[in-house]
Design a protein around this ligand. Structure first.
Ligand SMILES: C[S@@+](CC[C@H](N)C(=O)[O-])C[C@H]1O[C@@H](n2cnc3c(N)ncnc32)[C@H](O)[C@@H]1O
Length: 230
């Protein structure tokens, strides 16, 4: 099904924000999409895509639910919904944003969508195992979008953070996020295979959320995960 055919499914029935919220949620639920990279349920996912298309926040949608939409706005919303439902593109790549530890990060197909189980440990500064005042130098291996390195820099404001990745593409995304948070002076990027470019450096804290999907698991992943970098 192409975008034109997808748009035609709704005819002229959809006029308001609430109409689109309901339609998107119903379509996504019926299609059996995988929501585990994003909002975890069809309604949240429809809201995230709708809000991004309208330059709003998801929490604005209820209050503005009766607002009628322009043709150009509907076109953008259908494009977002089409990519999500038919192309199975993750919502974070469509909107260009993902959340980690309560912070917003720019993401695209060059990096994994943030979802590390390390998130609560970073937020709590690794208490009780790590004494924050003792941490001056931190290393993150495999930084991807830079979400963990940036969260670490904010959680440990006295520390310098080295963030490495083997992928130049990933480092470009991390660089944009570091600039977004104004942390260029404390978060330093290195293109490196593990420790290769870090000879002689020592750290108080080393963190990694390394690649963990083997070929067998990869073959069983849903189409959404195939949009993430191999
Ligand atoms: C699972 S992702 C984690 C990304 C990010 N830290 C997060 O939690 O969202 C693993 C990252 O490790 C990087 N990577 C893979 N092999 C590597 C290596 N040998 N040396 C450095 N980075 C590597 C990948 O490019 C990818 O960005």
């Amino acid at each position: 099904m192409n975008l034109e055919q997808y748009t035609a499914l709704a005819g002229d029935a959809l006029q308001t924000i609430t109409d689109f919220r309901r339609w998107g949620a119903s379509r996504f639920a019926a299609a059996g999409l995988d929501f585990s990279q994003g909002q975890q349920h069809p309604r949240g996912e429809a809201d995230a895509l709708l809000a991004a298309a309208l330059h709003l926040e998801p929490e604005d949608l209820a209050e503005l639910g009766a607002a009628r939409l322009l043709g150009s706005e509907k076109t953008t919303i259908f494009k977002h919904f089409y990519q999500r439902e038919i192309l199975r593109r993750p919502a974070a790549y469509i909107t260009g944003e993902a959340w980690f530890a309560g912070l917003r990060f720019g993401v695209d197909e060059r990096v994994l969508i943030p979802r590390s189980l390390l998130e609560p440990f970073i937020e709590e500064g690794f208490a009780p195992w790590v004494e924050a005042s003792q941490v001056r130098r931190i290393l993150e291996i495999g930084t991807g979008s830079g979400c963990m390195a940036i969260t670490l820099a904010l959680r440990f404001p006295e520390a310098e953070v080295d963030a490495v990745d083997i992928s130049a593409d990933a480092l470009a995304v991390a660089h944009a996020n570091i600039r977004r948070y104004g942390l260029e002076d404390r978060v330093h990027l290195h293109q490196s295979d593990l420790f290769a470019a870090l000879e002689g450096r020592r750290y108080d804290l080393i963190l990694s959320n390394p690649p963990y999907v083997d070929a067998t698991a990869m073959a069983e992943l849903t189409p959404e995960y195939r949009h993430e970098p191999r």
